[in-house]
Design a protein around this ligand. Structure first.
Ligand SMILES: [Zn+2]
Length: 123
């Protein structure tokens, strides 16, 4: 479906941004004990995932963008589907979605941030 070699492949499969084979995270997003923990380096190509200390603080900007995207999606769905939600109910809907998807969005923002700085190099 999504071809190896595209950034979307690395992002959605949580794979190393450079080789698209090694795992990026230690576990799946909803393992709350290891949430957001990533391997020090790729098991296949030995890429160090952290360029410098605090490298992934920048992922907060990506996380913010994802939150805005969810709000816009709820707003558009409200308009297109004629759900007629009040502003309060829209904020509640966004709040519930954000709360439920926080671990997934946390992983997503880190792998997107990594994909901004690391590029696919193939085999
Ligand atoms: Zn790799």
């Amino acid at each position: 479906m999504i071809k190896k070699g595209t950034k979307l492949f690395s992002i959605l499969k949580f794979k190393c941004p450079t080789c698209h084979e090694g795992d990026f995270f230690l576990s799946y997003p909803y393992n709350l004990k290891k949430i957001g923990d990533l391997h020090a380096q790729c098991s296949k190509c030995c890429l160090k995932f952290s360029k410098e200390p605090g490298f992934y603080f920048g992922a907060m900007y990506v996380s913010y963008g994802l939150g805005i995207a969810i709000f816009v999606a709820v707003f558009v769905a409200n308009s297109i589907l004629n759900l007629d939600l009040s502003l309060f109910n829209m904020f509640m809907t966004v709040g519930v979605i954000l709360f439920a998807s926080t671990p997934y969005l946390f992983h997503l923002s880190k792998i997107i941030w990594a994909n901004i700085f690391f590029h696919y190099k193939g085999n």
